[in-house]
Ligand binder design. Structure first.
Ligand code: ADP
Ligand code: MG
Length: 686
């Protein structure tokens, strides 16, 4: 092709090579064997193809309301065709009086059958319809591409020409034994069939094959890394369960561990005794008691002569971890310090010294922990809370803090659907704390519309009269911070009137405040000096106040599901019945409605995570945005769970029987891995 078209393919679709073009798959197929008559159309049909004549064309409306309306007729009736875009261009190019094959979704507007932005193709009797194809591919294109004759049709021609010229050079890229085992369509055949399927059946087989590949190579890389890590990185062997662990467990622990907590501690115990490096993700819903699991793991390290650290994503969370660990430990079991960005220089120097001479056992902190100045005498165990805010790069920096890398325990309160976990965290072992401590009453969740605001205030007053405390959270979303602060201020004004001094005291915390002021306001609430905490989402992963029994979320429709769930988890930490009230506008999008309904229906974090994945797709979940990790063209983690499991098991088997991929039958895969770029750009997961 000429340089002009090549250029526009590059800039518009990111197509640089033949390979890229081949992987520009159709997003849809038109079943060209099926035709309808206008009289048969109804608005319930997803799409229909009709042969008829364009008998009239006129431009109506002005400026923004401008549109092009056509009348289209066959021997059974007439319908309207409507375009809102490219009006002048279409007006020039469409030929009134000619016969067209049109394709689109029938709708009814003003009692009149119509089709918006139908695909139009001149009907040429004599030539066979669209060649011999029954399923005609439809490719995404752009205005710019269309100027170069690269509309869907144009791209189709390119694909056909390309396939014809390179077909003999296309080869299978998976080992034969895998192709046979999984009954896959051979790759060259699949690449042809996805563009030019001869039947629905052939298309499905091609899609399955190409989806398989997408998932397969991700798993191959992930599991290879995991294998390498266990081989390459010897771990510190924790030989004993020692005195401190036992003393803590028998004398200090104020409650009985749940079975899930026990199971996870056992898994960690087993890993750390094995001599290999532990790399484990612990998933546990908010309130499931991850902190104590982390603490006991760290005591295990201390008992074996190592130091441990716990890293949290925010200052407030680090402080809270520090305080609860101090509280849990009591005196004398192990020494603990807190290191954050705001630790004064003098204290910092003392901590540095104690870390280096080994007198400090456990360090809790923020990113400040990974600075180079922080050197441990013998770091053996690292806990990272809220994984998705830290990249693998940061994990790696902690690795390098000892000659043998420390064990790595990653904790997340955002339950991740299994498929996503297998793809995102495929190089980690996964533990799940799927049980809440006994005696917790499930949080009751209610959805109130704005019109019930007074009822909500009344309810809050009742709870405060019982001695409880209340959170009121406003959305604060970066792009519109100014707007959001206005919401917050307007809300506050109303609250101050409704809850006046001296009877009521209110704490206010938002992202624009200095850390010191935030801390002071939080402390007032923690100590019970204020009854209401008004906050933006900064408390999302923050405070633990068992006496707080109500969480009110304003503009709840603006929050994502997992965020709502996280916020709700701030209450229900004490013995009292707790409530979550979702306030919303009357006007709700279908999706917002679904989100709020899901919240009202269930407290189960995993169910919510699944719903979130279905609603938003994997690209938006848990910081995977723009990560490129899930750059899947065909495979869909919400619907392809079965295939993903098949793929993952297949790769596990593969490495079990041939860990080095040394067997000649796996040569293709070995080559792929040496060629492959150094895995996925994890550090972009922020
Ligand atoms: P999260 O998993 O959200 O980090 P935490 O570790 O903060 O949860 O625990 C939540 C609360 O539950 C804390 O106050 C903690 O002391 C308490 N807790 C943890 N485990 C148990 C248990 N087995 N029984 C009773 N209370 C527990
Ligand atoms: Mg926690």
């Amino acid at each position: 092709m000429g340089p002009g078209r090549a250029d526009v393919l590059r800039t518009e679709l990111g197509i640089h090579t033949f390979g890229d073009l081949l992987r520009h798959y159709p997003f849809r197929y038109i079943d060209r064997t099926q035709f309808h008559k206008i009289a048969q159309l109804n608005p319930d049909m997803p799409a229909a193809q009709i042969i008829g004549r364009l008998v009239h064309l006129e431009e109506t409306g002005e400026r923004r309301g401008k549109r092009l309306v056509g009348h289209f007729r066959d021997d059974t009736g007439t319908m309207e065709l409507v375009w809102f875009q490219s009006v002048s261009w279409l007006r020039k190019s469409l030929q009134v009086g000619s016969a067209y094959v049109i394709y689109g979704k029938p709708t009814v507007f003003n009692n009149q059958l119509s089709m918006t932005h139908p695909e139009m193709e001149l009907y040429q009797p004599g030539t066979k319809l669209s060649g011999s194809m029954s399923l005609q591919p439809v490719y995404s294109s752009t205005e710019k591409l269309k100027k170069y004759n690269l509309d869907s049709k144009g791209i189709q021609k390119l694909q056909a020409a390309l396939l014809e010229s390179i077909l003999t050079q296309l080869t299978e890229e998976l080992p034969d034994h895998l192709v046979h085992k999984h009954q896959l369509m051979p790759l060259p055949q699949a690449l042809v069939a996805i563009h030019f399927p001869r039947s629905q059946q052939e298309l499905l087989a091609a899609i399955r094959r190409l989806k398989f590949d997408e998932l397969f190579y991700i798993q191959l890389k992930l599991l290879k890394n995991k294998l390498l890590n266990t081989q390459k990185y010897k771990g510190h062997r924790f030989a004993v369960v020692g005195e401190r662990f036992n003393r803590f467990y028998h004398e200090q622990l104020p409650f009985a561990l749940t079975n899930a907590q026990k199971r996870v501690i056992k898994e960690i115990r087993k890993d750390t005794a094995s001599g290999a490096q532990l790399n484990r993700l612990v998933q546990g819903d908010v309130g499931s008691g991850k902190t104590v699991v982390a603490l006991m793991s760290m005591l295990l390290a201390v008992d074996n002569g190592f130091q441990a650290c716990l890293m949290a994503p925010t200052e407030i969370l680090a402080q809270q971890h520090y305080q609860s660990i101090r509280r849990l430990l009591g005196n004398g079991i192990a020494s603990v310090q807190l290191l954050t960005g705001s630790t004064p220089k003098k204290d910092r120097q003392i901590i540095h010294r104690q870390l280096e001479d080994g007198t400090l056992d456990i360090l809790v902190g923020t990113h400040a922990l990974i600075e180079d100045a922080v050197r441990f005498k013998n770091l053996g165990f690292v806990v990272i809370d809220e994984q998705h805010r830290f990249g693998v790069e940061q994990r790696a920096r902690l690795w390098r803090k000892n000659s043998i890398p420390p064990h790595m325990l990653v904790m997340t309160a955002t339950p991740i659907p299994r498929t996503l976990a297998m793809t995102l965290y495929g190089d980690l072992d996964i533990s799940v704390i799927d049980e809440l401590p006994a005696g917790r009453k499930p949080i009751k969740t209610l959805h109130f519309y704005e019109s019930s605001r007074l009822r909500m205030f009344g309810f809050i007053k009742e709870e405060i009269a019982k001695g409880r405390q209340v959170y009121i959270v406003y959305p604060l979303i970066k792009e519109s911070e100014k707007m959001d602060l206005l919401y917050l201020e307007a809300g506050l004004e109303l609250l101050m009137k409704e809850f006046p001094l001296p009877q009521y005291h209110i704490s206010i915390v938002h992202g624009k405040m200095a850390v010191k002021d935030k801390e002071w306001e939080m402390q007032r609430f923690v100590k019970g000096q204020t009854q209401i905490m008004v906050a933006t989402t900064v408390i999302e992963v923050g405070v633990d106040v068992p006496n707080a029994s109500v969480m009110v979320i304003e503009n709840a429709e603006r929050f994502g599901l997992s965020q709502l769930h996280q916020l709700r988890g701030r209450v229900g930490r004490g013995a009292e019945q707790s409530y979550c009230i979702l306030m919303s506008n009357h006007k709700l999008s279908k999706e917002s409605k679904l989100r709020l309904e899901t919240m009202v229906r269930t407290n189960d974090g995993f169910e919510i995570a699944e719903a979130d994945l279905r609603l938003r797709g994997p690209g938006d979940i848990a910081g995977t945005q723009q990560s490129g990790v899930l750059n899947l063209k065909l495979a869909d983690l919400t619907t392809d769970q079965a295939l993903l499991t098949e793929v993952r098991n297949s790769v596990i088997d593969l490495f079990k029987t041939d860990p080095q991929l040394a067997n000649p039958i796996n040569a293709l895969l070995r080559e792929y891995l040496t060629r492959a770029e150094p895995t996925i750009s994890w550090e972009k997961i922020s």
